[in-house]
Design a protein around this ligand. Sequence first.
Ligand code: AKG
Length: 265
Amino acid sequence: MEYPITEEQVRFYERNGFLQIHNVLAPDELGAIRDSLEEAARQRFDPTFDREGISADYDRVFVQKVNLWRVHEGVRRYVFSPKLARIARALTRSPRVRLWHDHALIKMPGDSKPSAWHQDLPYWPMNESTALSCWMALDDVDENNGCMQFVPGSHLWGRFEPIRLTDPQDLFALVPDGQSRDFTPAKMPMRAGSCTFHNGLTFHYAGPNRTDKPRRAMVTIYMPEGTTYRPQPHIVTDGLNLEEGSPLTGEMFPVLSEAPTACKR
Ligand SMILES: O=C(O)CCC(=O)C(=O)O
């Protein structure tokens, strides 16, 4: 089923750098991705993409599993389902979007830490700043278990240094003075099956999980066709021998949605 996106929502995204969309997944779709994630997360499948255990401190922020679509059929079906990719295409006004990568982000109960204020793009080896994440809540989320928070308009402030999530610097201190900025965050509580989209430059944060259950999110990152490689270390591109400026295309970065009139390659 197609999820309609209005011109007003696209403009909201362009102005604010994020958009919240309620009840995107039908109950059966939500059940399917929850089951797939649980199954995939139990497998110790590929030490390259399985970030669990890289450090105890990192796991306290979240347990992160990257590119589960490559190892689990159910996750692949979710990532390739056109509904969400079409929204990403609408928000970026692009004829075609590709997958950058997926990742499950599970904030475990107990001794959990916040996901510090950061931008995503500084971690990603790409020149353009149009890539965006779909953060799908697989559990109901609010401030108690680490719902997302965004600073409206911050995607227009530039690309800053990557923040160390385990020992964070103050992202806001990196913003140059001289122009008054409104740092007031917009908090995104929502029911499972709802999601937010955010641009790779949007300042965002999630608090610690203070409940006794995991907070599960499935994140799919889309990039408009034409996004190019900027050399810097990243687990998805390390070893691919990409040349500076070359388009991120090919089987690692499949097309997930294209306009009916866009010509195929
Ligand atoms: O889920 C979280 O705690 C943080 C998510 C995040 O930083 C992201 O999706 O870019």
